[in-house]
Design a protein around this ligand. Structure first.
Ligand code: NAD
Length: 433
C-alpha cells in the first residue's frame, strides 16, 4: 500500500525500471535512488498576535551531476520529508529530460499560508532563508516558487540571502533564486512558462500523431484539476486554441459545463471569490468526479497522488497531461498504460517552468534581459526537441512515455557523470559542497 502513495517510493520505482532497461551502472543508480544532502530546520517566527511559533522546513538536494541543484520551495500543511525527496528527485530527471545544465533539489515549509498574514509569511520566509543560506547560492542550489509561493516570496529570499552572505548588505545575488519579480531580475514569460511548456508538448504529441483520435485541440474536451499558476494559465491557453474546457477544480470546489466553460470569466470569478465554485453559467461538482469524466485531455495541475489505485480504473481520458508533479502514482500509471491511456509525464509536461527558470538564471549571470518573444521562442525549441526525443525513446524501448522520459534522462545523467568521473571533477565538486 505504501508504495502506491509514498511519492518518493514512486519516484524510485520509476528510476529502477528505466535503469533496468538501459543496464545503468550500479553506482549511478544508487546515487539516483538516494539524495545528496537533506537539511531539516526549525526556526521561530513572531506572529501578528505577539506569540512565537516554531516552523519546520526542509531543503533536499538530490543530485548535481549535471549542474547546480534546482527546485522550488513549497508552503503547505502536508509538506513531508518524503514528499520533498520525491520532488527533488523529479527535478533531477526533469532537468535532464529538457537537457538543461542543472540538477535536482526541492524545499518546503510546513505551514498554512492561507491562514497567515503577509507579514507573517515574510517573517517565516526570512527565518527559513537564515537556516538554509549556507547550502544555497547561484552556483550551488537555486530555489524557485512552487505551490503557495510566488515572485514576492522569491524577492524576500533574494533580500534575506544578501543580508546573510554580506552582513553589511548592498550586494545583490540575483541568481540565488528564479521566479523573481521582473524589477528584481525576473524573466519575461516565467509566470506562464509551465503552462506554455505543457501546451508545446501536447502540440508536439498531436504533430507526431502519437495518440489515436487526437488530431488537434479544436473542440477537444479538456478537464483541469487545480486552478493556480499552472492549471488556470493552461486552461486559458487551451481555451484560446479552441478546446472545450468542460470542468475545472481547486481546493475549495469544482465546476462543470459540458458545453464548455467561459475560462476568462472563471479566472475573473476566482480572483474575486478565491475559488472556482459557484461561478455563474456552470454547475458545482466535486474534484473526485471531474477526474473520472469522459474527455480527451485530463490535466492534473494540483498536487501529488490525484490518480492512485483507488480511481485509476475509472479514468476515461485519452491523454493525461501531468502539469502537477507526481499526480499519478507509479502503480496507477501501469493501470492507465494497460487501459491504453497515454500519460505525458510531469518530468516533460511541466518542464517549461524550470526551463524558463534556467533562462532567468542565465540572464542574471550574463547581466542580460531577454524579451518575452525571445524567451518563448527558446522555450518552444527546447520543449519541441525534447518531446520528440521522449516519444522516440518510448517507441524504441516499447515502454510508456514516462519510462521513455526516464530512460532519456538517466542516459544523459550517466554520460555526464562518467565524463566528470574521468576528470575527477565530480568527486571534487561533491567534496567541496
Ligand atoms: P498554485 O499554488 O498556483 O496552484 C495550486 C492549485 O491547486 C490551486 O488552485 C489550489 O486551489 C489547487 N488545489 C490544491 N489542492 C487541491 C485539490 N485537492 N483538488 C483540486 N485542486 C487543488 O500552484 P502551481 O504553481 O500551479 O503548482 C501546481 C502543481 O504544478 C504542483 O504540483 C507544482 O509542483 C507543479 N508545478 C508548478 C510549476 C510552476 O511553475 N508553477 C512548475 C512545475 C510544476
Amino acid at each position: 500500500m505504501m508504495s502506491q502513495t509514498n511519492p518518493h517510493e514512486s519516484a524510485k520505482e520509476l528510476i529502477n525500471e528505466a535503469a533496468d532497461k538501459v543496464k545503468l551502472e550500479p553506482w549511478i543508480r544508487k546515487s539516483l535512488l538516494n539524495t545528496h544532502r537533506e537539511l531539516h530546520v526549525t526556526f521561530p517566527v513572531e506572529m501578528d498576535d505577539g506569540s512565537i511559533k516554531i516552523f519546520n522546513g526542509y531543503r533536499v538536494q538530490h543530485n548535481h551531476m549535471r549542474g547546480p541543484f534546482k527546485g522550488g520551495i513549497r508552503y503547505h500543511w502536508d509538506v513531508s520529508l518524503d514528499e520533498i525527496r520525491a520532488l527533488a528527485t523529479w527535478m533531477t530527471i526533469k532537468c535532464a529530460v529538457v537537457n538543461i545544465p542543472l540538477g535536482g533539489g526541492k524545499g518546503g515549509v510546513i505551514c498554512n499560508p492561507k491562514d497567515m498574514s503577509k507579514k507573517e509569511l515574510e517573517m517565516m520566509t526570512r527565518g527559513f532563508v537564515r537556516r538554509i543560506y549556507p547550502i544555497i547560492g547561484p552556483q550551488i542550489d537555486i530555489p524557485a516558487p512552487d505551490v503557495y509561493t510566488n515572485a514576492e516570496v522569491m524577492g524576500w529570499i533574494v533580500d534575506e540571502y544578501a543580508k546573510c552572505i554580506d552582513k553589511r548588505g548592498g550586494k545583490k545575488y540575483l541568481g540565488v533564486v528564479t521566479g523573481k519579480p521582473l524589477d528584481m531580475g525576473g524573466s519575461e514569460g516565467r509566470e506562464e512558462a509551465t503552462a506554455k511548456g505543457g501546451m508545446f508538448v501536447i502540440k508536439e504529441v498531436i504533430k507526431e500523431k502519437y495518440v489515436v483520435g487526437l488530431d488537434s485541440l479544436k473542440n477537444k474536451k479538456v478537464v483541469v484539476q487545480g486552478f493556480g499558476n499552472a492549471g488556470s494559465i493552461f486552461a486559458r491557453l487551451a481555451y484560446e486554441e479552441g478546446a472545450k474546457i468542460i470542468a475545472v477544480s481547486d481546493s475549495k470546489g469544482a465546476v462543470i459545463n459540458k458545453n464548455g466553460l467561459d475560462i476568462p470569466k472563471l479566472i475573473e470569478h476566482k480572483e474575486r471569490t478565491m475559488s472556482v465554485a459557484n461561478c455563474e453559467g456552470c454547475s458545482n461538482t466535486t474534484n473526485e468526479d471531474i477526474l473520472c469524466l469522459e474527455c480527451d485531455i485530463l490535466v492534473p495541475a494540483a498536487l501529488e497522488n490525484a490518480i492512485t489505485m483507488e480511481n485509476a480504473d475509472m479514468i476515461k481520458a485519452k491523454v493525461v497531461l501531468e502539469l502537477a508533479n507526481g499526480p499519478v502514482s507509479a502503480k496507477a500509471d501501469k493501470v492507465l498504460y494497460k487501459k491504453g491511456i497515454t500519460v505525458i509525464p510531469d518530468v516533460l509536461a511541466n518542464a517549461g517552468g524550470v526551463t524558463a527558470s534556467y533562462f532567468e538564471w542565465d540572464q542574471n549571470l550574463k547581466n542580460e534581459h531577454w524579451t518575452k518573444k525571445e524567451v518563448n521562442k527558446k522555450l518552444e525549441k527546447v520543449m519541441n526537441e525534447n518531446s520528440k526525443l521522449v516519444i522516440e525513446t518510448a517507441k524504441k524501448h516499447k515502454v510508456s512515455t514516462r519510462i521513455g522520459a526516464y530512460i532519456l534522462a538517466i542516459q544523459r545523467i550517466s554520460e555526464k557523470a562518467k565524463n566528470e568521473l574521468d576528470t575527477n571533477h565530480y568527486i571534487c565538486l561533491t567534496d567541496y559542497l
